[in-house]
Design a protein around this ligand. Structure first.
Ligand SMILES: [Zn+2]
Length: 345
């Protein structure tokens, strides 16, 4: 289906759409750009309040709507007709996702921050309706299908936290429908001001900051290797500095707890901490005489539990997610404040 955006469109918004306000402005700007593609002038549609819209019934309109519920309900639905587009969000956060899902169907994309790709002239909508419910469950909120952005490496972290770029980064994340940005825990210790700024821009779209990532190894700082080789994992009879640690060594567990406390305190406002094993080396655990009795999943569980005990004391309502793709760790029960992820971003 093609929609003629060069007509006098209106965007009708309900009151109080805090987390979708910026997205509604962006929608208007993008519709203006689409109108100009086909030779017209760039006319961003007027944004009018739902109460005032009765005056202009004849104009084609994009009608936005949302429920006033928990922003963790990120689901949405939209459908388009030549004269009317309706976009609904389960919350204003869901509405933000719905707006960008609709814009994606028009062919606009944002491959990188500060980059915008417009479709060719005459391009139609890729589809005329999309529905993505959140399946949000109060009891296990982490089970909702959230899209989490995890930086690839240190450069990726720098790009998020760069003072002059963090606003563009938050916009890029919203346009690509990320619900949360995952920041390594060490940044909460060292980059406080920059993080606050990123958080402020992300909040405009209802995007949450979560701490951690592939961060389980950070509980034993690698510099400890010089003094305490026995804290590190054994492979073929030798202690190895790369990947994870020896989770049955009492000294290693004590240090992991201390380090976890430092990191949790620094990121005290975060509600969700991710302690995933090293990417691509998930099974690189310890084969020392004591650890040998445990599978790699069980060792992973012991490491995560050590941190979960500390978090339970510091912050009763926060959770740790861990990674496991099979049930082989079942012999070691997990703490109540942990949540298993079977797929990682
Ligand atoms: Zn060991």
């Amino acid at each position: 289906m093609t929609i003629d955006f060069s007509r006098d469109w209106l965007i009708i918004i309900p009151p109080d759409i805090t987390q979708a306000e910026k997205a509604a402005g962006d929608l208007s700007r993008c519709i203006g750009l689409l109108a100009a593609l086909n030779g017209g002038e760039a006319k961003p549609p007027k944004i009018v309040n739902a109460f005032d819209s009765m005056l202009s019934k004849t104009a084609p309109a994009i009608v936005l709507n949302c429920d006033k519920s928990d922003f963790r309900r990120n689901g949405f639905a939209w459908r388009a007709k030549p004269e009317q587009v309706e976009i609904f969000g389960e919350s204003s956060r869901g509405l933000c996702n719905g707006i960008y899902s609709f814009l994606a169907a028009t062919g606009i994309s944002w491959p990188e921050p500060e980059q915008e790709k417009l479709p060719g002239s005459g391009a139609g909508l890729a589809c005329d309706n999309v529905s993505e419910p959140s399946h949000f469950d109060e009891k296990t909120p982490l089970a909702s299908p959230w899209r989490r952005f995890v930086p690839e490496d240190n450069n990726g972290v720098k790009r998020m936290l760069n003072k002059s770029k963090s606003e563009a980064f938050a916009a890029w994340a919203a346009r690509n429908r990320y619900d949360a940005l995952v920041i390594p825990m060490a940044e909460f210790v060292s980059a406080g001001q920059k993080l606050k700024q990123l958080e402020k821009f992300a909040r405009d779209y209802g995007i949450t900051l979560e701490a951690g990532g592939y961060d389980l190894s950070s509980l034993i700082p690698r510099k400890t290797f010089l003094l305490h080789r026995d804290y590190f994992r054994m492979e073929d009879g030798k202690r190895k500095k790369d990947h994870h640690f020896c989770p049955t060594n009492p000294g290693a567990l004590k240090l992991a707890g201390k380090e976890a406390e430092k990191l949790f305190r620094a990121a005290i406002e975060a509600k969700v901490f991710h302690l995933w094993p090293d990417k691509g080396a998930e099974t690189a655990w310890c084969s020392c005489p004591t650890c040998r009795a445990f599978t790699t999943q069980e060792q992973n569980r012991m490491g995560v539990n050590a941190a979960a005990d500390i978090l339970a004391v510091l912050k009763a309502d926060a959770m740790i997610t861990f990674y496991e793709n099979s049930g082989e760790g079942e012999k070691i029960p997990m703490r109540k404040n942990t949540f298993k992820m079977e797929k990682l971003p």
